[in-house]
Design a protein around this ligand. Structure first.
Ligand code: 2BA
Ligand code: 2BA
Lengths: 136, 136
């Protein structure tokens, strides 16, 4: 199968739902529920990638010993709960490098030369490409 | 790439986290949060596949107009909220049929001849197989 450049597969940043490090968990929960995504990137005010946040991370943070501590949604921030250690791709990385990461991650964030968030590569886009190659 | 039989890729039912149609949403939320899965199959008491439930479906159900109505977690049941219309594969279906479905679904449930839940095919397993083929 021909290896396409990542830019051909990437969902550009302006189409990617995200939250800010400083948002409260309640806002993040609303973004995830309304978009229907189970996880989205977390950016800072300079549009640099800081991590990712998922429904599970939020639920984990508010699940107390005796009950679900819903008030924590208003007091805790995204940056206290997000996953900071995440794989990153550069716009010029190879398809094979992206594929390797997508084995364990539903999506991977892509950065450009200046270190800004450029978009995401998703499993769906890779699978669509492989599906096409099965019929060529 | 060689097309493997689905049984080679399938995660067998005894390894698949699931919930029951009659469980309350609170139980489903705990299963999802503890396993870390964003969605799992829903079975009935005869071990037949009835649908799937996700974090988002649960959150959607309890997100009221003014506030998050957490009490609904104890009053509502999985069967009121789950997605019933889901793709299904048979153990003897082709790899290509599974691939096509996995473009739009992170996992697809597999049924056996007797119509019982046999396991799931995940995007991760398909991507691992494609990754291997890129180096053969
Ligand atoms: N609103 C929607 N419209 C159409 N299909 C939808 C959809 N929401 C979910 N899906 C389908 O469900 C898959 C899993 O979504 P999930 O939100 O768990 O996982 C997603 C989500 O965490 C993230 N993602 C995808 N597109 C995004 C976007 N535009 N903004 C932010 N995050 C995105 O990447 C993961 C993998 O996405 P992928 O497309 O491979 O796979 C998606 C897609 O096939
Ligand atoms: N406990 C864990 N251990 C290791 N890796 C984990 C993990 N939880 C999540 N992941 C990674 O995150 C991906 C997305 O998981 P998610 O729960 O959104 O979406 C999952 C989940 O909804 C379902 N799933 C996978 N394995 C399952 C199982 N044993 N029981 C129930 N549902 C399962 O199939 C979807 C796609 O799974 P896939 O393996 O392709 O992709 C998984 C896997 O690469």
């Amino acid at each position: 199968m021909q290896q396409p450049p990542l830019i051909d597969l990437m969902i550009p940043s302006d189409k990617v739902a995200h939250v800010q490090v400083g948002n409260h968990l309640e806002h993040a929960l609303l973004v995830l529920t309304r978009t229907g995504y189970s996880a989205v990137p977390v950016l800072d005010m300079t549009y640099k990638l800081q991590g990712l946040i998922s429904m599970t991370m939020i639920m984990d943070a508010i699940l107390g010993i005796e009950r679900i501590e819903f008030e924590r949604l208003e007091t805790m921030k995204v940056e206290q709960v997000m996953q900071r250690n995440i794989p990153r791709l550069h716009v010029n990385d190879s398809f094979l490098k992206a594929l390797k990461l997508l084995i364990d991650h539903p999506f991977v964030c892509v950065e450009n030369d200046a270190g800004y968030f450029a978009g995401i590569i998703t499993r769906r886009e890779i699978l669509k490409r492989f599906n096409r190659s099965m019929y060529e």
